[in-house]
Design a protein around this ligand. Structure first.
Ligand code: IPE
Ligand code: IPE
Ligand code: MG
Length: 289
């Protein structure tokens, strides 16, 4: 009981702190550790995935509550196709059910939440493909919150598919090779012309320090902040989420400071009379952190 009270107090304190600084606009999460969690608490692995899905729902609530409008979650990778047939079937069934719930949930419509699935959808069972179509169709016109769900997703494959698409368009005379820039590539990724904005923060649970072929263009390309943490996905709590945001905020501050330090050094090297003003600015930024 005391523990719970302390936890709530700490959660409120952290929430207050993170609200004082700029928030990430787009968070992506590698939800890892469902089976290890199940093994540790001695329940069937099936329940590990069920509890994981519950955490996903809470996680999205935390994002929307704080005003973070874009979230991308990694539900199933192309590598995960090599898992046993029974586990694959169970995961696909769970995702199908959750997508149907999302399409029917009044909160989806109140929030005008746009749901997009990214990945090699054609490799998925037809029931799941139907559920994807239903939820995407039901939310197509929305532009409130954005939820991107990576299913049968592999980052290198996404880039390869985009390159092949662009090559085809160049061949057909619809695109000029020298027009291809970051925006054009973004539009050819798995989002049907909707460029998913760069990821500001990537979170991975479960203790592994790797990004497993997740969003190499949108996250690694933009050098987003990364937060790796030990809890398995089913036990990821709001305070872990808030700590991840603090890591993002600290990184932003560091980047601003180093930009200022570079400016100060440059002006010093030029012997500029403005140096005092810039040093003052730098001190001001530092004392705010
Ligand atoms: C993440 O948990 C969910 C999926 C990859 C579908 P895992 O199933 O990878 O669980 P661990 O990492 O083996 O514990
Ligand atoms: C990462 O988990 C992919 C998802 C969360 C869907 P994995 O358990 O598949 O990743 P690796 O193979 O350990 O990197
Ligand atoms: Mg795993």
């Amino acid at each position: 009981m005391l523990h719970e009270t302390l936890y709530r107090g700490y959660e409120r304190l952290l929430t207050g702190e993170v609200k004082k600084h700029g928030l990430p606009r787009h968070i992506a999460v590698i939800m890892d550790g469902n089976r290890r969690y199940a093994d540790r608490v001695r329940i069937m692995r099936y329940y590990g995935h069920i509890y994981g899905a519950r955490t996903t729902e809470q996680f999205l609530e935390w994002c929307w509550e704080l005003g973070i409008k874009q979230a991308t979650i990694y539900a199933f990778s192309t590598e995960n196709f090599s898992r046993p047939e029974t586990e694959r079937a169970m995961i696909f069934e769970l995702i199908t059910k959750k997508l149907d719930e999302l399409a029917d949930d009044p909160r989806t419509h109140e929030r005008r939440m746009k749901v997009l699935v990214i990945g090699e959808v054609h490799r998925l069972p037809s029931d799941l493909q139907d559920a994807i179509r239903r939820v995407e169709d039901a939310t197509r016109s929305y532009d409130g919150n954005h939820l991107n769900i990576a299913i049968a997703y592999g980052g290198q494959r996404e880039i390869l598919d985009a390159v092949q698409d662009m090559a085809r368009e160049v061949r057909e005379g619809k695109l000029h090779a020298d027009e291809i820039d970051e925006t054009i590539v973004s539009r050819h990724l798995y989002t049907n012309g909707v460029a998913v904005p760069d990821v500001d923060l990537i979170i991975r649970t479960g203790g592994d320090i790797r990004t497993s072929n997740f969003l190499p263009w949108q996250a690694n390309g933009s050098e987003c902040a990364a937060y790796f943490c030990a809890p398995f996905w089913p036990e990821f709590r709001k305070i872990d989420f808030l700590r991840a945001i603090r890591v993002y905020q600290m990184r932003e501050c560091e980047q601003k400071q180093s930009a200022l330090i570079r400016t100060v050094n440059m002006l010093a090297a030029c012997g500029s009379a403005e140096i005092d003003g810039v040093v003052g600015l730098f001190r001001g930024a530092k004392s705010r952190n």
